[in-house]
Design a protein around this ligand. Sequence first.
Ligand SMILES: [Cu+2]
Length: 158
Amino acid sequence: MFTHRLVTFFSILVFSMVVQAEDFKVANIHISHPFAKATVPGQISGSAYLKLENKGKSADKLTKVESAIAKSVELHTMEMEGEVMKMREVKEISLNAGEKIEMHPGGGYHIMLVDLRQPLKAGEKFSLTLTFEKAGKLNVIVNVEEKVGTATLVNHQH
Ligand SMILES: [Cu+2]
């Protein structure tokens, strides 16, 4: 019995290593390179980014993102308003048939991790659950990476 459990444990371990290959899919939705930026001391919210692709023949929508790493997770968009970068929450992100959306720091969509339960440290990973209107739920593993650029200094003060 014990040996059997041990084997199960190791196969789960191997499975999760395979899953970390940075590409995830559910039905026709493909997600690649989910990453988040490491937080600095005192930073209470973080942001995550990923590439979405709808390889199907009909439109779909990302309607919800959840994670145990933060008290709440929101979909945000960031745009210049005059000379100021402003973030606002969006209810969903639409993906037309064949459409690709690449989130990146500094503008456009991002996933906002509101009130982190723990700091995001470079080299660590956490999981996000994405819900699509048609494709359903998908778990992705997010890699925490060193801060790149200065984009986060401008925003994320809610
Ligand atoms: Cu935001």
